[in-house]
Design a protein around this ligand. Structure first.
Ligand code: ZN
Length: 239
């Protein structure tokens, strides 16, 4: 379904920790944090499916400290850990980007950026920045969470681009692809200037907040196809 073989990623996609061979219950989540691992084991999971797994390029690979503790909990409980990073962002129906678009009422008609991970489509009902921000607050971040907005030049929105998580580096590609506004998880210093100088609005709605939807959508579809139980466990994260 996710075709991990077609992506160049920052870590291994698929089974990262092998546990028991027979599966009945799958618990999905955003990140394989200790809190999530413990909650999933307590919920009777045979397998965990997450967007952010345990192993990333540049790590030294030693199973000590916090990383060793996460692996120890998984192996002691004999549960499996599946992680899908970029393939889970990119999937056209169940991925983080597609699911974020759904919550905003946006459908991509084109892709842009590295490995075609960026989504862009018609602004549909969201013709102003105020309407877009309201949709983000209503459908993605929920009440009580600040969304960082750098307004552009106030133009009406015809095309909106988006990419979940830490995709602030995609902003220039989004501008080149014709976006009037760009929605992602995080902002870094340069994007504020780019927004002001190009007139394209930039919205950072939170890395975690924008990536809560892909893992449960993928896991639910896979579990339905395989006749497995599934539930999503949210571990709140201010990021
Ligand atoms: Zn992420």
């Amino acid at each position: 379904m996710l075709r991990p073989d077609t992506f160049k990623d920052y870590g291994p996609n698929g089974l990262q920790v092998a546990g028991r061979a027979e599966l009945r219950r799958v618990v999905s989540g955003v990140t394989a944090s200790l809190a999530f691992i413990d909650a999933a084991i307590a919920a009777g999971a045979d397998a965990l499916l997450v967007h952010h797994g345990l192993f990333w390029r540049g790590q030294d690979g030693r199973l000590t400290g916090w990383l060793g503790e996460r692996v120890r909990r998984l192996m002691r409980a004999d549960v499996n850990l599946f992680a899908y990073h970029l393939p889970l962002d990119a999937h056209a129906e169940f991925g983080n980007n597609a699911q974020l678009g759904r919550r905003l009422g946006l459908v991509a008609d084109a892709r842009f950026g590295d490995q075609q991970l960026g989504f862009i489509g018609d602004a549909a009902a969201l013709r102003t920045l105020a309407a877009l921000v309201a949709a983000v607050e209503q459908g993605v971040t929920g009440p009580g969470r600040a969304v960082t907005v750098v307004p552009g030049d106030g133009r009406p929105l015809a095309r909106i681009a988006w990419c979940t998580g830490g995709a602030q580096g995609f902003f220039e590609d989004a501008i080149a692809a014709g976006a009037d506004a760009f929605v992602t998880g995080e902002i870094s210093e340069p994007q504020a200037h780019l927004a002001r100088e190009t007139g394209v609005a930039f919205i950072a709605a939170g890395h975690h907040a924008t990536e809560c939807f892909g893992a449960p959508a993928v896991a639910a579809a896979a579990c339905a196809a395989l006749g497995l139980e599934h539930r999503f466990i949210e571990i709140p994260n201010p990021a």
